[in-house]
Ligand binder design. Structure first.
Ligand code: PLP
Length: 348
């Protein structure tokens, strides 16, 4: 296995395929700040329809998509509620505080998943002493939760409670495509309980850049203004939108291959002494696992795999993450599984 390493560090490492590049090269473009890019319009209309919302807005990154929505739903001094390991809280550089002046109330979940019973007592009293509870942010699939699919009935219960108490619901749906493919529950059913949804084209779908926000027409008008405020407006960006459209046409159903490959890796990890799946099951394309600290550290394991041409992400002292994606074949997956098993026989 000499040559290019098998890169499992993230599902963002994929390179655009020649066909995707050709679609991007052919794209009709215009100035999207004038709202005149026909390919961006095609993408936005398509995504709004797919996710069952009135309108969509193309934005540069998933982080910006989430943070535009947080800003749109809140005023400075408000509070948002999210799970302790959620992306908006852990991996977005403190943006709710920095960009929206919002305080974040975190709640420990079960591998990222909250139950409405944990939230019922969290609404702040309507008094000048308190922050205003304004927004709930959920993540599906849940990255740190191990690519876990959020059970739909849990989302629905949280949404009913939130809306009854005047809170808005935002979904960080960076990998909502994976949830839809893994469950055969339609995208619009996953999105119905939410007022806004952020999605990524640059993860498992394999586009080089791009995310979108969806919601009502009124919400998207507000989001557009905030996108400008955050510097996320772009010009002849139909070139990028064409990559995202190509990904929607060709790279959604194949996520099932990634999920199958991830299960193959999960099984190898389960069968390898010294390694442990955490969470103990794999539902989509993310494989989080722990190494027994008596045997080795996560960086040591990552180094040993790297010598064999396999890159994984050491996410903590004993924690590793492997992601399957478009650029990892069945054959490469089998090689990684064999290598993991061999490592278990000789860890250090
Ligand atoms: C990657 C990711 C994001 C942010 O996407 P970027 O495009 O990297 O900013 C948001 N949420 C989740 C769950 C992610 O995994």
């Amino acid at each position: 296995m000499a040559g290019t390493p098998i890169d499992l560090r993230s599902d963002t490492v994929t390179k655009p395929t020649p066909e995707m590049r050709a679609a991007m090269a052919r794209a009709e473009v215009g100035d999207d700040v004038f709202d005149e890019d026909p390919t961006v319009h095609l993408l936005q209309d398509r995504v709004a329809r797919l996710l069952g919302k009135e309108a969509a807005l193309f934005v540069p990154s998933g982080t910006m998509a989430n943070q535009i929505c947080i800003r749109a739903h809140t005023s400075p001094g408000d509070e948002l509620i999210c799970e302790t390991t959620s992306h908006v809280y852990v991996w977005e550089a403190g943006a709710p505080a920095a960009l929206s002046g919002v305080t974040t109330r975190i709640v420990d979940g079960d591998f990222g998943v909250l139950d409405v019973q944990q939230l019922r007592h969290l609404i702040r009293p309507a008094s000048e002493h308190y922050t205003r509870s304004r927004l709930v942010v959920l993540e599906n699939t849940h990255n740190r939760g191990g690519g876990r699919v959020y059970p739909l009935e849990k989302i629905q219960a949280i949404s009913t409670w939130a809306h009854a108490n005047g809170l808005a619901m935002h979904l960080d749906g960076a990998r909502i495509w994976n949830a839809a493919v893994a469950t055969e529950i339609a995208l619009e059913d996953w999105c119905r309980p939410f007022d806004s949804v952020a999605v990524c084209f640059s993860k498992g779908l394999g586009a080089p850049i791009g995310s979108a926000v969806v919601g009502t027409k009124e919400f998207i008008a507000k989001a557009r203004r905030i996108r400008k405020l955050f510097g996320g407006h772009m010009r002849q960006v139909g070139i990028l939108a064409a990559g995202a459209i190509y990904a929607l046409d060709h790279h959604v159903n194949r996520l099932a291959d990634d999920h199958r490959h991830a299960k193959t890796l999960a099984q190898a990890i389960q069968e390898t002494p010294g390694l442990r799946l955490e969470p103990p099951y794999v539902e989509t394309n993310l494989v989080w696992f722990e190494v027994d600290p008596a045997l080795a550290s996560a960086p040591t394991i990552a180094g040993r795999l790297s010598e064999k041409g396999i890159l994984v992400h050491p996410a903590g002292p004993t924690t590793l993450r492997a992601c399957t994606h478009l650029d990892v074949s069945e054959e490469q997956t089998a090689y990684v599984a064999d290598t993991l098993r061999a490592l278990g026989r000789n860890p250090c």
